[in-house]
Design a protein around this ligand. Structure first.
Ligand SMILES: C[S@@+](CC[C@H](N)C(=O)[O-])C[C@H]1O[C@@H](n2cnc3c(N)ncnc32)[C@H](O)[C@@H]1O
Length: 227
């Protein structure tokens, strides 16, 4: 766990640039769609909040009065705090260092829980999902965005070329950290996708689990709720 936190600490200052450059800016659209799919509510918990993009998007779109973001990387949250301050949303967004496997909140306290590109990094995935379920109010909504390895052979051909030839160069230039970069590519390829991830959500109690592929299946939006 500390390993992942330290890894994100080490790239925190360049994380946003790497993200937006390697996805050619499309990641902003994926996040916007995830937040737009939520009903308006009082409180949202964003786990693995990183540099707070989903938190800011949620408040900007008027989806919640209060958003709490948690992450194990203080470095990522510090970048997020600067962005929150610049956006003028300090009064609505709170960023806290915490492990998703042990959330510091009572049960049934949030109307929605979101997670952007975080679940594949969780050392204890089931424990984290159970915690997300516990803090969600009954009837509350879950939205998870995750990178996925595309199904189509045709798309895979371009994906493999882009991710094994081009993105490593971008990663090395922007983050100067080979370890972080190799981790990113492998973690995407090895993580459960589509129906397999829906089964993981269901075994952790979530209902109405469904998914929507984004941009040729390279990102996926998972939705579910707590009955
Ligand atoms: C790829 S970043 C995603 C950041 C942000 N949500 C976004 O949409 O860009 C993954 C984040 O997960 C965090 N993370 C990994 N394991 C975690 C855990 N167990 N609890 C909380 N955060 C965790 C990392 O520190 C990192 O900031």
């Amino acid at each position: 766990m500390e390993g992942i936190g330290a890894l994100f600490d080490s790239i925190s200052n360049r994380y946003d640039r790497f993200n937006h450059t390697s996805s050619m800016g499309i990641d902003r659209i994926w996040r916007r769609k995830a937040i737009k799919s939520l009903p308006k509510c009082e409180t949202i918990l964003d786990v693995a909040a990183g540099t707070a993009d989903l938190c800011i998007e949620a408040v900007k779109r008027g989806k919640a009065v209060r958003v709490v973001g948690i992450d194990i990387s203080e470095g990522m949250l510090n970048v997020g705090r600067e962005k929150v301050s610049k956006s003028g949303f300090d009064g609505s967004i709170e960023l806290i260092v915490a492990d998703c496997a042990k959330l510091p909140f009572p049960g049934n306290s949030f109307d929605a829980v979101t997670c952007g590109y975080g679940v594949r990094n969780f050392a204890e995935l089931d424990r984290c999902l159970l915690e997300m379920y516990r803090v969600l109010k009954s009837g509350g909504q879950l939205r998870i965005l995750e990178f996925t390895y595309p199904q189509s052979r045709f798309v895979r051909f371009f994906y493999d070329f882009y991710f094994t030839r081009i993105v490593p160069k971008i990663g090395r230039k922007l983050t100067d950290n080979d370890e972080a970069f190799a981790y990113f590519v492998n973690s995407v390829k090895n993580f459960a996708k589509g129906k397999d991830f829906l089964a993981i959500l269901e075994r952790n109690g979530f209902a109405d689990a469904r998914f929507k592929s984004q941009t040729f299946g390279i990102s996926t939006l998972y939705s579910a709720c707590k009955r």
